[in-house]
Design a protein around this ligand. Structure first.
Ligand code: TYM
Length: 327
């Protein structure tokens, strides 16, 4: 079983990225062959500041490694170390109807949030499909917001195979965990671009401040509270131990506990999970050569797989190139 997923290097990573995606990736590394990459070509749709893009790209690698991704078990690499994905994205665009891309809710959301509607933003799902299909991936662990993109990749794989009459591309399946949509401090989906994120590696005091500012209703301390509609509880449920979650649920429904206390408990659990990772991250940050070596080595392995699949893709659609053009 081949597992693949990507994360954009378009800003600091947050609890939504960790709980929805990275946590699954770290768990899956012990069971399957894994390809996890930093989607820096995708990030160009929103970050057009070269030093910042370089920094964010390095930071995603640091975050992944600090959280427990083991480079001896998985391939952690940069999207741009496999330039063949952009070639496959083009080829897929020739067998994909414009209407399919027009239905992408993520594109519509981004444009509604005033992100410029570039062709790159519009064709984002084509590059994402290429990322997935170029490794003949079986499983794509992501948060719920990415499922529609994976369904598009399924359509594109089937359409390519039908058009050229050969089973060249594999139809991938999305994989979700219990953190389908992690809420931000305003109760909406936590997102880098919505200003509502709790970042993974801010200084602990800033993280606590962010947690204390999570929006709740205004029920007085004495009243029973509904854990199911509270963002503080939603985050606690994803990070606490089962017995801790059960105890907090009981305190919500019994009444007599203020939201301030629930937020303090959440801040403790968040620090328990992220504290040790922060220490590892500081050590890794002091050794950029090691991180570069991890990315380069895995990028070569990923590219070797991509080259083989692309040779089949070109052959299937009749694209001829001079010997040696593709290594
Ligand atoms: P990106 O960088 O926006 O997010 C990375 C991962 O984090 C998940 N995620 C969330 N999950 C639950 N709740 C949230 N609030 C939340 N916010 C983010 C996302 O679902 C994602 O899994 N298009 C992808 C990057 C990508 C990719 C790919 C992924 C490019 N090519 C190929 C898989 C396969 C993206 O924008 O992720």
């Amino acid at each position: 079983m081949r597992v693949l997923s990507g994360i954009q290097s378009s800003g600091r990573l947050h609890l939504g990225n960790y709980l929805g995606a990275m946590k699954q990736h770290i768990e899956l590394q012990n069971e399957h062959e894994c390809f996890f990459f930093i989607a820096n070509y995708h990030s160009l749709t929103t970050v057009q500041d070269p030093p910042l893009l370089r920094q964010y790209t390095h930071d995603v690698a640091l975050d992944y490694l600090a959280l427990g991704l083991d480079p001896n078990k998985v391939n952690l690499f940069r999207q741009s170390d496999v330039p063949e994905v952009t070639e496959l994205a083009w080829i897929l665009s020739t067998v994909t109807g414009k209407g399919l891309l027009e239905r992408a809710t993520s594109y519509k959301d981004k444009v509604a949030k005033d992100i410029p509607a570039s062709m790159g933003l519009f064709s984002y799902p084509l590059l994402m499909a290429a990322d997935i299909l170029i490794y003949r991936s079986d499983l794509v662990p992501v948060g719920k917001d990415q499922v529609q993109h994976i369904e598009m990749a399924q359509d594109m794989a089937v359409h390519f195979n039908t058009t050229f009459g050969r089973e060249v591309l594999k139809r991938p399946e999305p994989k979700l965990n219990d953190a389908l949509v992690v809420p931000g401090i305003d109760g909406q989906k936590m997102s880098k671009s919505y200003g509502n994120a709790i970042n993974l590696f801010d200084p602990p005091a800033d993280t606590k401040k962010r947690i204390m500012s999570i929006k709740t209703d205004s029920k007085p301390v004495a009243d029973p509270k509904d854990p199911e509609t509270c963002s503080v509880f939603a985050l606690y449920r994803l990070m606490g131990l089962p017995e801790e979650v059960a105890a907090l649920r009981e305190r919500y429904t019994r009444g007599g506990m203020g939201y301030g206390e629930a937020k303090t408990l959440l801040a403790e659990v968040v620090e328990r999970v992220l504290g040790p990772a922060r220490v590892r991250r500081t050590k890794l940050a002091a050794d950029p050569d090691y991180v570069e070596d991890v990315l380069t080595t895995a990028g070569r392995r990923a590219r070797a797989v991509a080259r083989e699949v692309m040779a089949d893709v070109r052959d299937a659609c009749g694209i001829v190139t001079a010997k040696g053009t593709h290594g």
